[in-house]
Ligand binder design. Structure first.
Ligand code: DQA
Length: 155
């Protein structure tokens, strides 16, 4: 049996406060709860989840560079950097595998500045507004995208 593909799940600034700040927008689960759920759900999908959070743009860029060597796919909630970071967009554009952008809140129902995402230019797909469940759906999508189409082998 082949080894599980590694997926980097990346979280941007302030997400270390998940469950503690603005729970009416972001819910009551902590980042630790979310990591445990991603590791468990990823495992059930045949994926090894490597979970990261950083408040620093350059550190997120460097983690994406590491993913080029170590990961088959990226799930990323870039948080506020979604709306500002050309550097994170460029790093993701240099990554070959699927990239799923996730937001806990529906960024399109909120302030206008949250309606635009630089990261979406580099994303295979985007999930927003479904809370932490969005991360699990993103892992489902990664599992589907990494498995070669069953139809191919029937050729
Ligand atoms: C967020 C939405 C962003 O606009 C915000 O800056 C965040 C969290 C979300 O998950 O809904 O920090 O990415």
């Amino acid at each position: 049996m082949s080894a599980a593909a590694t997926v980097y799940v990346l979280n941007g600034p302030n997400l270390n406060l998940l469950g503690k700040g603005q729970p009416e927008i972001y819910g009551g689960e902590t980042l630790g709860d979310l990591e445990a759920a991603c590791v468990e759900h990823g495992g059930a999908c045949g994926l090894a989840v490597s979970f990261h959070q950083s408040n620093h743009e350059g550190e997120i860029v460097e983690t994406i560079h590491r993913a080029r060597e170590e990961a088959a796919a990226i799930v990323i909630n870039p948080a506020a950097y979604t709306h500002t970071s050309v550097a994170i967009m460029d790093a993701l554009l240099a990554f070959d595998g699927p990239v799923i952008e996730v937001h806990l809140s529906n960024v399109h129902r909120r302030e206008e500045f949250r309606n635009h995402s630089y990261v979406s230019k580099a994303a295979t797909g985007v999930i927003c507004g479904l809370g932490t469940k969005g991360y699990l759906l993103a892992l489902d999508a990664v599992a589907d995208l990494l498995v070669p189409d069953a139809g191919d082998s029937e050729g």
